[in-house]
Design a protein around this ligand. Sequence first.
Ligand SMILES: Cc1cc2nc3c(=O)[nH]c(=O)nc-3n(C[C@H](O)[C@H](O)[C@H](O)COP(=O)(O)OP(=O)(O)OC[C@H]3O[C@@H](n4cnc5c(N)ncnc54)[C@H](O)[C@@H]3O)c2cc1C
Length: 480
Amino acid sequence: MATRTGEQRHRVVVIGSGFGGLFGTKALRRSDVDVTMVAKTTHHLFQPLLYQVATGILSEGEIAPPTREVLAKQKNATVLLGDVTGIDLEARTVTSHVLGRQLETPYDSLIVAAGAGQSYFGNDQFSEFAPGMKSIDDALELRGRIFGAFELAEVMAARGQDVDHLLTFVVVGAGPTGVEMAGQIAELAHKTLKRDFRAINTRKARVILVDAAPQVLPPFGAKLGAWTQKKLAGIGVEVQLGAMVVAVDERGLEVQDKDGTRRRIEAVTKVWAAGVQASPLGKTLAEQTGAALDRAGRISVNPDLTLPGHPEVFVVGDMVSLDNLPGVAQVAIQGARYAAREIDGRLRGKAPQAGFKYFDKGSMATISRFSAVATVGKLRLSGFIAWLMWLAVHLFYITGFKNQVTALLHWAVTFIGNDRSERTATEQQIFARAALKRLKGGAAELVSAPSPVRSREELEAQALEESRLTDAGARGRSEA
Ligand SMILES: Cc1cc2nc3c(=O)[nH]c(=O)nc-3n(C[C@H](O)[C@H](O)[C@H](O)COP(=O)(O)OP(=O)(O)OC[C@H]3O[C@@H](n4cnc5c(N)ncnc54)[C@H](O)[C@@H]3O)c2cc1C
């Protein structure tokens, strides 16, 4: 695979700094290529621990190290902040924007790893009142809302007002994220905060886990699902299954039970942990190649993860629809490494690899402290052993030694002492996103317009002209 210019090194552009983007970039560290990673955040994000940021166990920095720092020693990698808005497969360029500035980045090979966002199943209006769990913004907003609800309840209870709606927390979606989130809110309310308030009894807080499915943790099988449900009940989580959310507003939500009955739950704090929708970049690629998109917006790719008719473009991770691959971190990591090997192999003249095969290393979810469920191959584990496995795996995959050390300390505070180290919440956390949404151009409206971007040739010509005029001016004076 020759470079287009013939002179410069082969240019690989990677879109996204999540599991696919970061691991793909790292896998190219010894290759004879220049890698440019374009991502809309400056950090890599360890999404599986977002619920711990939302519930005050970990700080955001521990699960979101700066990508630039992670890649500092990788000399062939450059990191660019930018929201990718276009990919031109013909021109082989990626268009990105940051605060009103537009950038075109050319590539010889492209790895698209833009992941997935939250899906509200066509009811995007729910998002205002029930934030999802996909980003640091989401987690911090939820932290603000959860701790804020207790604060407001204290104020109102002291004035003799009803606070049931403030002390009811609803988590929608009984997959791993929903189970972990509900379990942590319950432990927070019933253990961590129980001595901190005077007018309210936080142990009376209700935590409700709602799902339209008939069991919790469907991918873990019926037995572990039932075990988890019992454990959740034991720590004070009310599990309501076969209940579909049909309306959400500021003060609560409406659910429809299997028999068609609609009922209302008064709850100011709602967490949406159900449904994903692949990055809209999948649609851009589908329109240019004719590749199919599934209902979750994932794009069909060839068995080697390339786009039909574009062997230079790989799509990996949550954006991909291939062989029913699950939306998990290992699919993204292994897919990105596969793509990196293929790019490197082509440059070295090696034969193509066989199609991508995912190696399933297992799944796990925590329920409460010292209690988790895990599946590894045919093995089904629950309780303390599964929790120890969860601890070891997550510690191993947290990026950066310093984050591993501080996460371990924070876990000791929470799991041994029932306490939380990261309870800080500000008004901005809760309201800033809603305020930004009201601006038509988003954050770009808050900064001055960028000066027009000029080409290097133009800038060099200007510099030459300025130095000529300066020289002429100086000579003119001395000659006078
Ligand atoms: C709350 C939660 C808990 C989870 N728990 C687990 C778990 O326990 N185990 C497990 O295996 N998996 C878990 N997952 C799933 C796992 O995190 C994903 O499968 C994995 O992150 C997918 O990797 P990816 O690279 O495809 O996407 P991501 O890791 O989501 O990365 C996408 C990247 O693309 C960037 N991006 C997106 N759009 C653009 C754009 N237009 N321009 C520029 N950059 C863009 C994003 O900023 C991000 O850097 C969890 C997910 C969530 C949300």
